[in-house]
Design a protein around this ligand. Structure first.
Ligand SMILES: [Cu+2]
Length: 383
């Protein structure tokens, strides 16, 4: 059994995009509010799901199955240009999200990035427009490419569960006044996060790192921090570093501590212990002022009490197909969106009824796609 931990409460959620030519999935915005550990609502820029309508810090966790060809689409619902750079993935130049060598998505524009998920591993994504500023403002997330057979790579070790841990930081004064952040070397992060959480909010959250005792867990470590990040593993976890930057290591190693520099990723296998009283220490230390450090602690909750498993993937089917006046589908309560063949949103909402149904009488003939917040999609025709 291999499961991906759903941490929707933390702003991470799971989506799988299974076909090319998909309508807008993510959106970018510059009007997010992130609740800090002290309760402050701090402005941030970031990404979110169109179907959910909220920006999250970090952006949604994007998960893909190895071996497929995918399209990641986003609409820019903000007044400035943005991109998505798929950090570490093997993309061609036009899909690289670097403005000077590909393109910028201007206000109200939309774009699709095509890529092949050839190599399973831990990756990141971020905006590449005025990167220092847009990144510290919150425009980033983690991306996983996993295999269906429960191994980390072809011929690699088997494991039971992914636990994504994205390290990042921000300079609170910059988020309050981004136009005053220049020159960028004056940005000095003073708030340090794991999956967007910090301090007591982090240690109190049972969902950040949760597993079942005895499971072999793949910690998916990635750093979007300006600071150097040092992870110290407790002996009881038997930590073994097996992959870095989206490739298996020729030889694994078992360190007491592991350093991550900005943009680096590691996959670390651990044994989930029988009790909950061990934690991993994460020290963020400034590379400008090495004495300037912050420690965060990640407890591994092996009770897995309140963590919901992702619902078993139920095939989503719209009927009748083609439809003439009303189209139906059955799925669990969640947000949904219908787009036309070129990705324009035609209808959106949240399921209230037992069976989803939508009046499409009078709609132009053509193909449409129903997309759920879970990432499931189904196409239907209107005649
Ligand atoms: Cu941007």
């Amino acid at each position: 059994m291999r499961t991906l931990l759903l941490t929707a409460l933390l702003g991470l959620s799971l989506a799988s995009v299974a076909q090319s030519n998909t309508p807008p999935l993510l959106f970018s915005g510059m009007d997010g509010l992130h609740v800090l550990d002290d309760g402050t609502e701090l402005p941030f820029w970031g990404y979110g799901y169109v179907a959910e309508g909220t920006l999250t810090l970090p952006g949604p966790l994007l998960a893909y199955t190895a071996g497929g060809d995918y399209t990641l689409s986003f609409v820019n619902e903000s007044p400035e240009g943005h991109t998505i750079h798929l950090h570490g993935l093997d993309v061609d130049q036009n899909n690289d999200g670097v403005p000077s060598t590909s393109f910028t998505v201007m206000a109200n524009g939309q774009a699709s990035y095509a890529f092949s998920a050839d190599y399973p591993g831990t990756y990141l994504y971020h905006c590449h427009v005025t990167t220092t500023l847009h990144l510290t403002m919150g425009m980033y997330g983690m991306l996983l490419v996993t295999r269906e057979d429960g191994t980390l790579w072809e011929g690699g070790p088997e494991y039971d569960r992914d636990v994504p841990l994205l390290f990042s930081d921000l300079d609170i004064s910059t988020n309050w006044a981004p136009t005053e952040a220049y020159p960028f070397h004056t940005i000095q992060p003073d708030y340090f996060m794991v999956n967007g959480l910090s301090g007591a909010s982090l240690t109190a959250s049972p969902e950040v790192a949760a597993a079942v005792a005895g499971e072999r867990v793949a910690l998916r470590l990635g750093s979007m921090a300006f600071a150097k990040v040092t992870c110290s593993f407790p002996d009881a976890w038997n930590a073994e570093v097996v992959m870095t930057d989206g490739r298996p290591l020729p030889t694994s190693f078992s360190p007491d501590a592991l350093e991550l520099y900005p943009g680096e990723r590691y996959t670390v296998l651990i044994d989930a212990p029988a009790d909950n009283d061990t934690h991993m220490e994460v020290v963020f230390s400034s590379m400008v002022n090495p004495d300037d450090t912050s420690m965060q602690s990640i407890w591994l909750n092996t009770g897995l009490v309140d963590v919901e498993e992702p619902a078993a993937a139920m095939p989503l089917t719209c009927y009748p197909n083609p439809a003439t006046d009303r189209v139906y589908a059955q799925f669990p309560e969640q947000a949904w969106q219908v787009c036309d063949a070129v990705g324009r949103e035609c209808a959106t909402g949240r399921l209230r009824e037992a069976v989803w149904n939508l009046d499409v009488s009078g709609w132009p003939r053509g193909m449409y796609i129903l997309r759920l917040a879970s990432g499931a999609t189904s196409r239907f025709a209107v005649r």
